[in-house]
Write a protein that binds this ligand. Structure first.
Ligand SMILES: Nc1ncnc2c1ncn2[C@@H]1O[C@H](COP(=O)(O)OP(=O)(O)O)[C@@H](O)[C@H]1O
Ligand SMILES: [Mg+2]
Length: 262
């Protein structure tokens, strides 16, 4: 589904601030792969997702999504194929708009809008069913402004919006890191439900190694802009946090407090 081949990305090349963020990255995702991504600060995790999403272009290498070469495609073109959720709950939704209007925006993404902007009854039914799945009571508040929701509710809604039109690839960048532990756990469970229900191919960055082991069918560890460890299936299920910490240290990575506390 996704093929990243020999990709390089340097920021501020030739200046004192030069940073080789991605250095020969290779990553192949099968359809339905749910991959958790871990690595120290600055390992290149977010840059990888940004390169796939087209936030910036790769200096070298090739990126293919579902057989289509997207290496040079601008972000707005790729956006139609991707679902994205970021760390900040304020980013994915429009606070001044109603829950239902936010969902309508997501639903019409990449479609011709037609003449009327109103939400049809059929759509409303779909949104109701999807919201009910979240089990947060939002299905009874469809005309509430999103700005009134908690961070966790907003992140859950963002997740729903990102997957309302089945994306070819779902990109999650520490999407529960800003939430309190209980809410974070709930949003992660929802993530798993949604990803499993629609067999979504997913890349999920997390700094929580336990979550990285628990969720998904495959785990990759990044260091200095490359994948240094790639494990799946039974072998992944058998992992312990201590194994991952050992891997980190082997490659000279610094384990941050954040990681250890998690
Ligand atoms: N837009 C940018 N401009 C300059 N440097 C950047 C930019 N984005 C990321 N970097 C640098 O690239 C490296 C990798 O960053 P990032 O992918 O955000 O790491 P991670 O998400 O693994 O913590 C870091 O050293 C970071 O400072
Ligand atoms: Mg990051």
């Amino acid at each position: 589904m996704l093929k990243v081949e020999n990709v390089y990305k340097t920021f501020n090349a030739g200046t004192i601030n030069e940073k080789k963020a991605i250095q020969g990255l290779n990553l192949h995702l099968e359809p339905g792969d749910f991959v958790t991504v871990i690595g120290g600060n600055g390992a290149g995790k977010s840059t990888t997702l940004n390169l796939v999403a087209g936030v910036f272009l790769a200096d070298r290498g090739k990126i293919t999504l579902d057989g289509q070469d997207i290496t040079k495609q601008p972000e707005y073109v790729r956006a139609k194929l991707l679902g994205r959720v970021f760390q900040d709950p304020m980013l994915g939704t429009a606070a001044d708009m109603e829950i239902e209007e936010n969902l309508a925006m997501a639903y019409r993404r990449g479609k011709r809008r037609g003449l009327s902007w109103g939400v049809t009854n059929n759509e409303r039914e779909l949104y109701f069913e999807r919201l009910k799945m979240l089990d947060l009571g939002l299905e009874n508040r469809m005309n509430s402004k999103v700005g009134l929701l908690s961070g966790g509710q907003r992140q859950a809604l963002t997740l729903l919006m990102a997957t309302l039109q089945k994306p070819k690839l779902l990109l999650l960048d520490e999407h529960t890191a800003a939430l309190d532990p209980k809410t974070a756990a709930r949003v992660l469970e929802l993530t798993e439900e949604i990803v499993t229900k629609d067999s979504l191919t997913t890349l999920m960055i997390t700094h929580n190694m336990k979550d990285a082991i628990h969720y998904g069918n495959r785990l990759i560890m990044m260091h200095e802009g490359k994948v240094i460890y790639d494990v799946k299936g039974e072998e992944k299920k058998q992992l312990h946090v201590s194994d991952l910490l050992k891997k980190f240290e082997e490659c000279g990575g610094e384990t941050s407090d954040r990681m250890l506390l998690a």
